[in-house]
Design a protein around this ligand. Structure first.
Ligand code: SF4
Length: 246
């Protein structure tokens, strides 16, 4: 596994500022999700294939975000991956390109993934709770998340990942209904509905918190992703010791 010096390399180019809003404190205990698994109020996956999902989702007008978007932003990565990451929603660059996590936060995510040997194109499928950019990069409303949930539900069912990373408090609330702060929940494995979830800090939060010190969000995130990489290795038949390859 990596070293502290490699961690410092990983975060050395993380600039100040942010691309998307994230990490507003969320308080309270875990509660049943209003939109996610266990809600019992959303339709099941209506799409038999990812191609059908894309075809319909690209024309979605289920909520008002459809009136201000440039592109519907559905996913990147491998739809057959065992690992899925769910973020909050598209930012400006994602809205312009139609691809999630391509801005500075996404670039940092790619560096984190690479640092623990997770191939961004092969080992992971990346998407968001809402597929259209909330104006001004505000957080999506509960109603918008509920409107978009059937798409995410279909994505989860079609990809069928063993591990799901929830990047930030909005994803944690939107998918699992957990309103406890992300600072408390990050790094914990959560078993739900036959899958294993882990809340992690959103990369945009890390851009705003550049400290590399032990115990700070970047350091903690690197520890979390190391654990994810190791867990992912156990799901790969014949996987070699990660220490030997990095
Ligand atoms: S955010 Fe989701 S529900 Fe709203 S218009 Fe976009 S795809 Fe449809």
């Amino acid at each position: 596994m990596g070293t502290d010096s490699r961690q410092f390399d990983l975060f050395s180019t993380a600039a100040q500022g942010t691309q998307t809003p994230e990490e507003a404190p969320v308080t309270g205990e875990p509660v049943p999700s209003a939109v996610g698994p266990g809600a019992g109020q959303t339709p099941g996956a209506a799409h038999g294939t990812m191609e059908a999902l894309h075809k319909d989702c690209l024309h979605c007008t289920r909520c008002a975000l459809s009136t201000t978007r440039t592109h519907v932003v559905i996913s990147r990565g491998n739809p057959k991956a065992k690992l899925m990451l769910i973020g909050e929603g598209p930012g400006q660059q994602e809205d312009e390109t139609g691809v999630p996590f391509v801005g500075r936060a996404g670039q940092l995510l790619d560096k984190i993934l690479a640092s623990v040997g997770i191939d961004k194109d092969w080992d992971i499928y990346i998407c968001n709770v809402v597929k259209c950019r909330p104006p001004g990069n505000r957080k999506p409303t509960p109603e918008e998340m509920a409107s978009c949930w059937p798409w995410l539900e279909s994505q989860i069912q079609l990809v069928n990942p063993a591990l799901v990373l929830l990047a930030g408090s909005t994803a944690m609330v939107g998918v699992l209904g957990i309103k406890t702060g992300i600072t408390k929940m990050r790094g914990q494995w959560i078993e739900r509905g036959g899958r294993t979830y882990m809340p992690v800090f959103h990369p945009s939060f890390l851009l705003r918190n550049p400290s590399r010190e032990r115990g700070q969000p970047k350091w903690l995130t690197w520890e979390d992703f190391k654990a994810v990489g190791e867990r992912l290795d156990t799901l790969k038949p014949g996987a070699q010791n990660r220490e030997a390859t990095h």
